[in-house]
Design a binder for this molecule. Structure first.
Ligand code: NOJ
Length: 593
């Protein structure tokens, strides 16, 4: 298990403690917000550029390769794409180690290719979000190179440097004792999420620097105002070029405890051999919120409703609410709700989803939740939620939760066609460094990053090269865009139908959401258009037995003679005003009239 997958389990254990505060529907958007910003309720699509489309046949995806596939995204109904980092980078962490924030990595193209992508996307009504890595840079970034030369250079204080302790100091812990240099050891027991001590020695300074992630990803010192100024300038660079906003990488990790206190052990050892820690002094420190409020003000100064999306793995909905800025809503526009998609004990069960979905509606001061089930760091949702028998039916249920909730929806390339996680089976095939150092307990993230499957043909239509950077999964002969577009019952067409419905039905595009029922097997909710009162009911049978629901039970008005009209369904649910019979794993979406 990846380090922060482990962190997720801590997170989600706390998530289980989420109490459903109130059973009511989320408040309707106040009249003053009637003209909702574009991102509110939008459908966002994450692209991993290395793996989406290879235009020049070198086996690695690139920006023109994304441009070539924009029509597919338009057909699906995508409002915005988020590109994972495409800046110049040594690619130790496949772009999350940035060496120049104001250019495009030559292997993905040039600035002109970025401009062409943006303009082609814009002409299709698709916005472009960049990934912004603020916690750390590459060790090859000019700032770090300068900072590492001495203790007195102009950038000396741009990163988190420390003298460490004498190797003879009392009470040292094993992770410190394993890291002795010139008679010094790290100041505390902090570990990198990617393995080993989080402190690396630099002889030129006779000091350690801190890195939450790889050794090659030194953490910036956000207590230095020059760092904030430089990073806001970088953001302006892209905002000035018209990007619609940013996904903020690892944003809760900007600050560390100034007292450098040891983090408590939480039991067991991580995949890299160090004790598991509760990251209470290196994550989610309150100080970060000041930065985010200033960032929000800066971004809101631009026209066009630019958006700040956060990679926010958090313990519970109350913590998530803080990232919106609570009642003031003056921080992130869309911190990701990782609780629903990645919570501990996650299972395809109504009683797992119901309290989490309800909390997202009732406990965020009416803010728009951002649901996410898939990304480039986690085993694909189809492999986490499916049972090996009803996999595609279950993937349709996940899509229904994602797309029919009152939420902005974020998907990941390949999820709408049901691409599977293809984890390497041999260490020598692994490309993600944590999969090499953590093997076999941590096999890395290659499995969820394999090339996009466009066709049943050679290399799945991803590349003309047979040497793709990760192998094309052999299942592309059946799981691919072309085949699924031609099949009305496919997972891809299910997504297409739901996205169209989400746009055309006012109850789904602007309605309130209320979780209904208590059945552990039937997840059901009601969307109600505050303007017309029209109601859409979504019911998902999460069990292997047929179940009957009475739509009237879900409508407090219970008008006699009420009719129901099916909008979408996966199986052949038999439907009447009094009874909807759902076959095993069926999904039914209907309008109550
Ligand atoms: C989170 C990103 O999603 C992940 O891919 C990356 O390795 C770390 N942050 C470090 O930037």
């Amino acid at each position: 298990m990846l380090a922060w997958k482990r962190r997720l389990s801590i997170t989600a254990a706390m998530a289980c403690a989420v109490t459903a505060q109130g059973q009511g529907a989320a408040p309707a958007r106040p009249a003053s917000q009637a003209a909702a910003p574009w991102w509110s309720g939008a459908f966002l699509y994450e692209i991993y550029p290395r793996s989406f489309g290879d235009s020049n046949g070198d086996g690695v995806g690139d920006l023109p390769g994304i441009t070539q596939h924009l029509d597919d995204l338009k057909w699906l109904g995508v409002d915005a794409i988020w590109l994972t980092p495409s800046y110049p980078s040594p690619q130790i962490d496949f772009g999350y180690d940035i060496s120049d924030y104001e250019a495009i990595d030559p292997q993905y193209g040039m600035m002109a290719d970025f401009a062409a992508l943006q303009s082609a996307a814009s002409s299709r009504g698709i916005r472009v979000l960049m990934d912004m890595v603020l916690n750390h840079t590459s060790d090859q970034h000019a700032w770090f190179k300068e900072s590492a030369t001495s203790r007195t250079n102009p950038k000396a204080d741009w990163y988190v440097w420390n003298d460490g302790l004498a190797a003879t100091a009392p009470g040292l812990l094993s992770v410190q004792k394993a890291n002795v240099h010139d008679g010094r050891v790290p100041p505390n027991n902090w570990t990198s999420l990617f393995g080993g001590s989080a402190w690396t020695w630099v002889p030129a300074r006779r000091q350690f620097y801190y890195h939450k992630f790889y050794v090659q990803q030194p953490d910036l010192n956000w207590r230095n105002p020059a760092v904030e100024r430089a990073m806001f300038d970088v953001m302006r660079f892209w905002l000035d070029r018209g990007v619609a906003g940013f996904r903020l990488d690892a944003i809760p990790t900007l600050f560390e405890d100034p007292g450098l206190r040891n983090e408590p052990e939480s039991g067991g050892i991580d995949p890299f051999g160090a004790p598991n820690l509760r990251h209470i002094y290196t994550e989610n420190l309150d100080e970060v919120h000041g930065v985010i409020k200033r960032m929000r003000a800066m971004v809101d100064g631009y026209p066009g409703n630019r958006v700040l999306v956060g990679e926010t793995y958090l313990p519970d909905t109350a913590a998530l609410d803080k990232w919106y800025g609570g009642a003031a809503q003056d921080e992130l526009h869309l911190p990701m709700d990782m609780l629903v998609g990645f919570g501990a004990g996650a299972a395809y069960r109504a009683d797992y989803f119901r309290p989490l979905l309800r909390a997202a509606q009732t406990d965020l001061h009416g803010a728009m939740p951002l649901l996410v089930f898939d990304n480039h760091d986690q085993v694909r949702s189809i492999d986490r939620f499916a049972d090996g028998v009803h996999d595609r039916a279950i993937a349709k249920g996940i899509a229904a939760i994602l797309l029919l909730s009152r939420a902005t929806a974020l998907t990941y390339y390949g999820a709408p066609i049901g691409m599977r996680t293809a984890t390497p089976t041999r260490r020598e095939d692994v490309r993600d460094p944590i999969g090499i150092s953590g093997w076999p307990r941590e096999k890395g993230r290659d499995g969820e990053r394999t090339p996009m499957q466009w066709t049943a043909g050679a290399q799945a239509g991803f590349s003309t090269s047979t040497q793709t950077w990760l192998p094309v999964s052999p299942d592309h002969v059946t799981i691919n865009v072309a085949t699924e577009r031609a099949d009305p019952a496919s997972l891809l067409n299910w997504h297409h139908t739901l996205i169209a419905l989400r746009r055309s039905e006012p109850a789904l595009s602007r309605g309130t959401m209320q979780l209904v029922g208590t059945d552990p097997d039937i997840l059901a909710w009601k969307r109600r258009d505050p303007q017309t009162g029209a109601t859409v009911l979504v019911a998902i049978n999460m069990s292997g037995t047929s179940r009957t629901i009475d739509p009237a039970d879900y409508d407090p008005a219970k008008r006699p003679g009420q009719a129901v009209h099916t909008l979408a369904q996966t199986g052949g649910a038999s439907v009447s005003a009094k009874a909807v019979v759902l076959s095993p794993y069926d999904i039914w979406v209907g309008k109550v009239m």
